[in-house]
Design a protein around this ligand. Sequence first.
Ligand SMILES: [Zn+2]
Length: 257
Amino acid sequence: MIFSFTNSVNAQHDNDTIKATTEKKYQAKAPPTQPFGQEAFGKSNETTIRWLGMGGFLINSRGTTLMVDPLLKGFDMPVMIDFPIKTEDVPKLDAILITHSDNDHYSIPTNRDLKAVTKSYHSTIYVDSLMKAEGFPSFGHNPGDKFNVDPVSVEMVAVDHAWQNAYPGTATRIFKDEDSTGFLIETPDGTIWAQGDSRLMPEHLTISPVPDAILFDFSDSEWHFTFEGCENCKRLSQYTTFALSLGIGGCTGLCPV
Ligand SMILES: [Zn+2]
């Protein structure tokens, strides 16, 4: 969730001898939050994407409203942005889509607040089991499955993000690839690929229909899209729009995945 890069700076040269090399680290910052209110949930003749901060998005497609991985409160680390809307100001959602169970994508405090105004929740079979335990009106899907939130159709896209297995002690269960998902969201105005936290997979480069926008939670951690993944996608000239969520609304300190 944190975007940083390292730039080695040759601080001083003296007679062709490098006397000192300093390493400078930078913390990227998001521009000021653009708050929004009920107008973002109303009737529309188009499809609008709003970034919620972190890995979250609001999509209003011809008046049908969906949130992907909303996190609007209750994160367990400091955040560097103001969220654009409070949960109590969300008037209605036709669906919430959750990519995976990491708490920066599946925010239980946020989703508990939104339950009263949300018609349906969709995710993987595993995350659905967590949501059903919360009493959410949820549906679990397998990779490749499709479901509708009219006029929007959504396809479950395979991901590679079972990072927990690489770090014994971080989870009490063995995670499977299909416990996480991406979403290919087809609207009347274009196709949006929300890829969650996945590494870029070879099959992603031939995803069909070709997305008009890609929503991703960027990190250079090896368990995410990474710089290389970004470059690979940018090389695909068929991507007509490239929507980027720098995951910089997030934390200070270590990168949660
Ligand atoms: Zn994750």
